[in-house]
Design a protein around this ligand. Structure first.
Ligand SMILES: [Zn+2]
Length: 287
């Protein structure tokens, strides 16, 4: 079995074998008696990769437009948005995420002569809670959100403080606006081969100081969470550590500024990184 991040061999002995289908696998009729899904460590880049059996990965891809309804039934996206917005700060992952991104940016940008309005693009923004909160706390920014899932974005209308597009991001011309920050919050683990997405992001980042913020599930979930935990669920292709996240970013044209492991307010174990393009690195270190 090949690693989809670095193309080397996965270690055949799994780090975890899951014997019960999750809600998505149950939805497509996984047989409970013979079911298994395994997680394997890559022998080279050290990423953890999920291995599916009996064509389950293809069946899961076919129901990708039903994920929201499998999870939340008829619950309107606006009700979910309001529910998450009401979570008190000390229990809110978004509260800390907003602080983390804004604080890093404020420190970072001091080194550059930046006078125009700062801008942030959130790719795969889901319900829009992160960007909504970010712009409330940082009203000097303009924001754009892209999310392909219609059902999770029904409530986003013109009263929202950001521009919204219901589509998949592929580095389209209309987004090539030299963004100061691009965020990928719990997006990359959903993509089997995230290399193209990450190189497409470079087309829309400011080429002198544009920051990528990426946040993904940590490999530690394998050791510290029950095998039914969302982080280990069927929609996630990879789990990362410092080495594998650095490898992924480096191999797609980025220079990592910071990587950190976090235990989030909700109990999630995650990794995040701030990175700049290699082109920006040269300008930064020689200006
Ligand atoms: Zn690998």
């Amino acid at each position: 079995m090949k690693c989809k991040i670095c193309n080397h061999e996965l270690i055949s002995e799994p780090v975890l074998e899951i014997k019960n289908p999750d809600r998505f696998e149950a939805f497509i009729g996984a047989d409970e008696t013979s079911f298994k899904r395994t997680w394997h460590k890559c022998s080279s880049c050290s990423v953890f990769q999920a291995v599916h059996y009996e064509g389950m990965d293809e069946k899961l891809a076919q129901i990708s437009d039903k994920y929201y309804s499998i999870d939340f039934g008829d619950l309107a996206s606006g009700d979910r948005f309001n529910r998450i917005l009401k979570i008190p700060n000390q229990r809110s992952d978004n509260y800390y995420r907003v602080k983390r991104v804004a604080n890093f940016y404020r420190n970072w940008i001091q080194q550059f002569k930046k006078s125009s309005t700062p801008s942030i693009l959130d790719i795969g923004g889901g319900l829009g809670v992160f960007l909504y909160k970010y712009l409330k706390v940082n009203p000097d920014f303009t924001g754009v959100m892209i999310e392909p899932d219609r059902q999770s974005t029904v409530h986003i209308d013109h009263s929202f403080p950001f521009e919204f597009h219901n589509q998949l991001f592929s580095g389209q011309k209309e987004y090539q606006r030299s963004f100061d920050i691009v965020t990928l919050n719990k997006v990359v683990e959903h993509i089997e081969k995230p290399h193209k997405l990450l190189s497409d992001v470079q087309k829309v980042l400011n080429d002198k100081h544009g920051l990528l913020y990426i946040e993904i599930p940590d490999e530690m979930n394998v050791y510290y969470k029950p095998s039914s935990d969302n982080s280990l669920g069927s929609l996630h292709h990879h789990l990362y550590n410092h080495l594998s996240l650095n490898y992924l970013l480096d191999s797609t044209g980025y220079t990592v500024l910071r990587i950190e492991r976090i235990f989030e307010a909700s109990g999630k174990i995650s990794m995040y990184a701030f990175a700049i393009s290699k082109n920006a690195e040269k300008q930064w270190l020689t200006h």
